[in-house]
Design a protein around this ligand. Sequence first.
Ligand code: ZN
Length: 296
Amino acid sequence: MFMHRTVDYCPVHESAAPVPFALHSPARKETVLIVSSDIQSSPITVKNRILAQLPPDDLLALQPMLRPVDFRGRAVLQEANRRVEYVHFIEQGLVSQVAGTRTDYVETAMVGVFGYVGVPVVLGSPIASQRSIASMPGTALRISAADLTAVLADRPHIREHLLRYVQALIAQNTQSVLCAARHEINQRLARWLLLANDRIQSDILHITHELLAASLGVRRASITNALLQFEAEGIVQKTRGAVRVIDRPGLENRACDCYSVVRDAYAWTQDTHDGHSHAGCSHGHGGQDDIIAGTA
Ligand SMILES: [Zn+2]
C-alpha cells in the first residue's frame, strides 16, 4: 500500500537554490490513493486526470514508483535551467509555470489536476527551461525522472498519452502571450480565475493580490481594482487571502476568448481516445463528467 509522504520544498524566496526534498515525517499518514490487496484486478484510484486516463495495466506499471507528496504555497517544484529530477502529477492545488527572474516573472501556464510538472522528461530532455512554483498548496504523485524514462522505454504508448498534455500546454503558453499583448486586465483576470477554478475544482481560490499581480505581470493596484469591480457586480467575493467565485457564468462573460481556447485544448487531452472529442460538448460546471468533458 502507498504511504503518503509529507515533504517540504524550498520556498522560492527563501533560498537561492532549490533544496532537495526534506522528509519531516516519513510515512506518517495514509495516502489518498487506494491500492487494493487484489492489485491485478483493482486499479489504483488517482485524482490526476492524466494518470486516471491511462489504461489500468499502464497505471499499475507506474504505481510502484509513484510517491504521494505534499507541497506548500510558493514551493519550487522545478527550477529553470536545472536537471529535472522528478515528474509531479498534480492531484490537488495549483502550480504556475513562469518565465523571468526570481523576483520579476510572468506566468506562462498553470498546472493543476489536469496536468503534470516535468514535461522535459517526456520530451527526452534532462533540463527544464522554466520554473514551476506552487500558487496554491496541494499534493502530487511524484516519480523520478529515471524511473519514468525507464517505463517510457518499455511502454512507448504511455509517452504518446503524456504528449497529448504537452500539446495542450503549448496551446496555453501561446495563448498566454496573446492574452498579455492584446487583452484588458479585467478579461485576463477573469480568464485566470476560471482556469484556476477548473483546476482546483473549488469556488474558493486561496490566492493573494500580490500573487495574481505577479502571475499576470501587472501592478497589484490593477488586480485590486479589477476584483473590486467584479465584487460590485456580484461575480466574486473577496476575503482575506482568498477569492470566492459566486457567479461563474458572469465571470465567463467577463473573460476573453483565451479561456475557451485553453479549455478546449485541455478537453482534447481528456478525450477518451476513441476519436470523440469533448471540446465541443456543452456541459455545465462542477461535476466529474464536466472535468472530462471540457472544463479544462
Ligand atoms: Zn485573453
